[in-house]
Design a protein around this ligand. Structure first.
Ligand code: MG
Length: 396
């Protein structure tokens, strides 16, 4: 499709978009939206129909952001909830989820919200810059210095997400704002593109193909020629001109895509994020301080039992029981000796081996998670890390 801009004052854009099933998959679980002011890509996953339902439902919910009455990030939270609820209601859709990377045109600004491993790129002055960060296990390994970006590109776990819409009731959303300049070209794409062709090929195509529709077609064709192992989607957005407002023009600049500061109610890290190896000790101790503060508030309020039912029982952590890693429900603190946790499950993982990893150094104090699934993911990651360490020892 090709959309030429009948848009409000501000950015004038030209958009081309294409999605394709690829050469291997039976159905296309990717979806895109190119209805100004919204430009988005969603890559669904799970079940027979699940992925398709998840990505389409997320984009459908996004339309609520079109009139600017509700903040983009809030609408993304609503989309998360919509997918989560639908997955909970329909057994045939259980376990579905989706990535979501979206631009909202807001005057001369592009607002970006992002969850998952679809990507946004900015092509400016011949330089291609990725402006989103993948929420994947391998990206975390790159951040921690355990593998290099080229190793990540071919890593067997490269498509395992640490964040996706619809998996949990709550979601952490990366946000950024971009002030595009005339001549900029932006790309939204699913991992079926970036997993099949290198960034220098993407850059070459984006530079050679002048028309945005021709560019998105050429990108999809290149991914298919490289094997087309996944559904592939590309949305190419050209910034043609700005409004005539000089005050806006002179302030134009690009901001890096950094996660927005978490609001107070959003407990970091996100629900699905296992503990970072470069342990953010400060953040951890803040979190612990918050837990204590909550406990104090509860005690002062005298509402301990009510709070335990409505808050404590919804918390999970990974701790130690009889020398083994164990899964607990509740909070890993004991105010006035009052135990706020229940042992749910013991594993066969020796605690002493796990605590050798800096990321799990706080095991004895309890590594908190947002959900049971999040806690189980931490345990699974421990098993993976232990296996990897054992493998390294075998290969001198
Ligand atoms: Mg994909």
């Amino acid at each position: 499709m090709n959309a030429d801009g009948a848009q409000p004052a501000g950015l004038r854009l030209r958009v081309g978009a294409r999605t394709d099933v690829g050469r291997v998959r039976e159905g296309n679980e990717d979806s895109f939206m190119a209805q100004l002011p919204l430009l988005a890509v969603a890559d669904g996953m799970g079940g027979h129909q699940g992925g398709e339902v998840a990505s389409k439902l997320a984009l459908e919910t996004l339309k609520k952001a079109a009139d600017g009455q509700v903040a983009l990030v809030e609408v993304v939270h609503q989309a998360n909830r919509a997918v989560f609820d639908k997955a909970a209601q329909d057994p045939g859709l259980a376990g579905m989820g989706t990535t979501l990377t979206v631009f909202l045109v807001d005057g001369n600004t592009l607002r970006l919200a992002h969850v998952g491993d679809s990507r946004a790129y900015l092509l400016r002055d011949g330089q291609l810059q990725q402006i989103t960060k993948d929420h994947t296990v391998v990206q975390r390994m790159v951040d921690e210095g355990r593998i290099t970006p080229p190793e990540a590109q071919i890593h067997p776990q490269r498509s395992i997400l640490t964040r996706a819409l619809g998996v949990d009731e709550d979601i952490q959303v990366d946000q950024a704002s971009i002030e595009p300049q005339p001549g900029d070209r932006l790309l939204l794409c699913s991992d079926g593109l970036t997993g099949m062709i290198e960034e220098d090929v993407i850059l070459r195509i984006l530079t050679q193909e002048q028309d945005p529709q021709a560019a998105s077609d050429a990108l999809v064709e290149a991914a298919n020629e490289a094997g087309g192992q996944d559904n592939v989607t590309a949305v190419v957005i050209d910034v043609v001109e700005h409004s005539a407002d000089p005050a806006v023009e002179t302030t134009a600049q690009t901001q890096p895509a950094v996660p927005a500061p978490a609001p107070p109610v959003e407990r970091s890290p996100g629900p699905a994020a296992p503990p970072a190896r470069t342990a953010p000790g400060r953040r951890r101790s803040w979190r612990r301080a918050l837990i204590w503060l909550l406990v104090l508030v509860v005690l002062v309020g005298g509402g301990l039992f009510a709070a335990k039912r409505f808050y404590v029982d919804r918390q999970w952590f990974v701790g130690e029981s009889d020398g083994s890693v164990a899964l607990f429900r509740g909070l890993p603190v004991q105010p006035l000796g009052f135990d706020l946790s229940t042992l749910e499950e013991t594993t066969s993982i020796p605690a002493v081996e796990v605590t050798q990893f800096p990321a799990y150094g706080e095991l004895r104090e309890g590594i908190t998670a947002e959900s049971e699934e999040g806690a189980r993911r931490i345990i699974a990651q421990m098993e993976t890390d232990l296996a990897a360490a054992a493998e390294e020892q075998r290969q001198p």
